[in-house]
Design a protein around this ligand. Sequence first.
Ligand code: ACO
Length: 412
Amino acid sequence: PGERQENETEKGLRVSDKGFLNTAVLRSEITYIDGDAGVLRYRGYPIEQLALHSSHLESAYLLIYGSLPTKSQFDMFRTEILRHSVIHADAEQFFRSFRYDAHPMAILTSAFAYLGSYYSEANPSLQGQTLYTKGDKASLAVMDKQIYRLIGKATTLAAMAYRVRQGREFVTPPTGLSYTGSFLYQMDYLGQENYFPNPVLEKALDVLFLLHADHEMNASAASVLQTGSSLVDPFSAVAAGCASLYGPLHGGANEAVIRMLISIGKPGNVPAFLEAVKKREKVLSGFGHRVYKTSDPRSFLVRKTADEVFQITGKDELLETAMALHDAAMKDDYFISRKLAPNVDFWSGLIYRAMGFPNDYFPVLFAVPRVVGWLAHWRQMMLQTGGVKIWRPRQIYVGSGKRDYVPLDERV
Ligand code: ACO
């Protein structure tokens, strides 16, 4: 106990904040959330306006650079992103080295780290210096080039992770399609020859991409910054973000929602399922959020997009169960008193399913657009006044006091 007290007081006040409920790790100009009012804004622009009028790529520019692009800025940005979507042919061997049933998020996470090995200019360890030097335009250009590469290649890596599991050849990124259209084309996800994306589905996926692009200091963004704060290359930092997103409490929730709905089956089984949730025997995936204490504003936009998609694809058989579950939970005191409401993942999986994507691919459809938010935060951190401060939280030690080593043959 004596040692513990000494440690705890040596650097002033130490706050114990399990799960970072009350810890703000930085000041940010990127995304604003009012969790009580259900407000989400990218750089000041309401998410509803962006979903209606903008595109994923335009919002990406906004998130990263702080303002909506002029036409020429957007054209240049778009050209750079699409130009950098091609992957070196050697990468095919890497993708083919995975097991036939590897989870696509495991493939994508590894692929981001793998990609970094191609770009020594982005690796401060190899260059012997930090990637960005304050006020130095050349180093800023190198940094931005990695941003183009990561956003451009995210769709290609994701499409390769999809096709490799089907034992199919890879498709070179096309020219002349939108960011989302190029992604769908490369996946050729309905398995048709010369597939060109249906414009309604392409637009719907683009809106979903835009809605998933950033959400301030969530677990994966924090992982990117924590990892990036050691000044590692951005490919490795994005791989860390992708790994964090994989979990069922975060980006894996969209996949978990579908598994949950399948396990519930008919709408008539909803009450029994909710009772099991209340007894903590089951998890209500797609509900609850650390920041929102009312409905996630994105969930309304996703629900609206779902209706547009269902007009093309037909209604998903799980929709009725999802609606029954939603309505019952929203009227139940257990969920009301805990301020639990649907988050973005409650409806998104139903759209992906209706569009024909396999369940375990859903988190990948979250990761691809979220690369934008991760990089916006990473760029902001790299440019911050005074340089990057390594993230090194403390702990409260509750283990044993000092003990003396006992040789193996003397231990009882
Ligand atoms: N179902 C049932 N009860 C829940 C749920 C849920 N989905 N979420 C929270 N609760 C309960 C908790 O058990 C707790 O109850 P208690 O006070 O009686 O102990 C109370 O609500 C507060 O919840 P916390 O777990 O403290 O909330 P926290 O902010 O730590 O967790 C989280 C947020 C992880 C999102 C949680 O709500 C959850 O697990 N949801 C289901 C998974 C999910 O949908 N994740 C996606 C989140 S959005 C995203 O990442 C894109």
